[in-house]
Design a protein around this ligand. Structure first.
Ligand code: PLP
Length: 400
């Protein structure tokens, strides 16, 4: 009989969004005429830019011609044309990353989850709370000790390091899911200095960097001095360019990043990750990589930014409704997420139920992202603009 990895049995039984889907289903089965507006799951709704789709079609056509047909990609780390396009994108905001420091993947979630493979199970893992559930779950699956840095109302949901606590791996996400908060350059400097003191590695998730509107907020941890020796960065085209159904992202591991093995030898993190990927990953489809490269072309960036502006406008609608109601929130400005305090000190799930049953609006209970999320709630700006306006009118009409 196979032995189970019983760490899985210690996880929450269902991923947060499965619990939400069950509640919505139960409600709509009981109220089939309810006009439900979904502002819960962080999925995009606007179609992909035409020039990106044209590039994918061209890539697909090449697969039908003997001379241009592509089978397995040599390295599985992405075609040079895409790595060069990503590197060029970094240059456009002043960060120099070599194409070979970039590995293309089928979305950031996989790398966020799989990166744990190359680190030992005795590491102490520091995760800001609340957090994107993948960081916690994938470490618990391997039986690692997870400690938390509190993001709360006092620090505007931007947790900072506690010098008295040691960590080996640190997860940071900016712009943050779920709180929409962002780290400034000075705050990232503190994290980098903490990481260096602890010989730790920062896993930096910037899946929402395209939503940053303030000039002085870094779009990459590599915009901050000293990060190349202590950070891995993960990014995605899912929210930047509507790729949630296409699947493409990228991970950056600088050449300088090393860690000591138990025999004292210096090991390149990039080589170790490359070795892991070589055994377990066979690359992203050619047409999707063609589409991804088109996102970073002049026309691609122009067309894609229209969708981002559309979502940013929704974020403004949500934020101004909350302002009107006098409800405290973070996010919205550099992020598609708005994170607010549940009115009347309600618990996150009580507020979820009230919003669903009395306004037919779905959001995400903050407690699903960690203990500091209790009493808070997330709405996303990824919906249709008219429906977002309608949802906020219904919210404003709620009686507490
Ligand atoms: N990182 C964060 C913070 C996210 O919120 C998400 C998706 O919602 C991802 C990574 C994963 O993105 P994908 O796997 O679609 O690239």
């Amino acid at each position: 009989m196979p032995q189970l990895n019983e760490n899985f049995l210690k996880l929450e039984k269902n991923y947060l969004f499965i619990n939400i889907a069950k509640k919505i289903k139960a409600y709509s089965d009981a109220n089939p005429d309810a006009d439900i507006i979904r502002m819960g799951i962080g999925d995009v709704t606007q179609p992909i830019a035409q020039c990106v789709i044209d590039a994918m079609k061209k890539g697909a056509d090449e697969m039908a011609v003997k001379e241009t047909f592509k089978g397995y990609e040599d390295s599985g780390a992405g075609y040079d044309f895409l790595k060069e396009a990503v590197s060029g994108y970094y240059s456009s905001f002043g960060v120099e990353i070599k194409p070979d420091e970039i590995r293309i993947n089928d979305g950031a979630k996989c790398d966020c989850g799989n990166i744990v493979d190359i680190f030992g199970n005795d590491n102490v893992v520091l995760i800001t709370d609340p957090a994107y559930p993948v960081y916690v779950d994938t470490n618990l699956m391997n039986g690692r000790r997870v400690i938390y840095a509190d993001s709360n109302e006092q620090n505007s949901f931007a947790a900072m390091p506690d010098e008295s606590v040691h960590a080996d791996l640190i997860y940071l996400c900016s712009p943050n899911n779920p709180t929409g908060s962002v780290y400034t350059k000075d705050q990232l400097k503190e994290w980098i200095s903490y990481a260096k003191k602890n010989n730790a590695i920062i896993i930096y998730d910037c899946a929402y960097e395209a939503f940053i509107t303030e000039e002085d907020i870094p779009r990459s941890i590599f915009a901050v001095e000293g990060s190349r020796e202590c950070a891995i960065e993960m990014c995605s085209l899912s929210k930047t360019a509507g790729f949630t159904g296409m699947r493409c992202g990228y991970t950056v591991i600088p050449d300088e990043l090393t860690a000591k093995a138990s025999d004292g030898s210096e090991v390149s993190i990039s080589q170790l990750w490359g070795r892991r990927q070589g055994s377990k990953f066979n690359g992203v489809s050619y047409p999707v990589q063609c589409a991804a490269a088109a996102v970073f072309s002049e026309e691609g960036l122009k067309q894609t930014s229209e969708n981002i502006k559309y979502y940013q406008q929704n974020a403004k609608v949500i934020a101004s409704a909350l302002d009107e109601m006098g409800i405290k929130y973070t996010g919205g400005k550099n992020s598609p997420y708005i994170w607010f305090k549940c009115p009347n000190n309600m618990s996150s799930w009580d507020f979820f139920d009230k919003l669903l049953s009395e306004a037919n609006v779905v959001g995400t209970p903050g407690s699903g992202f960690g203990k500091n999320g209790e009493g808070w709630f997330r709405l996303t700006a990824f919906g249709d603009s008219e429906r977002t306006k309608e949802a906020m009118e219904r919210f404003k009409a709620l009686k507490f």
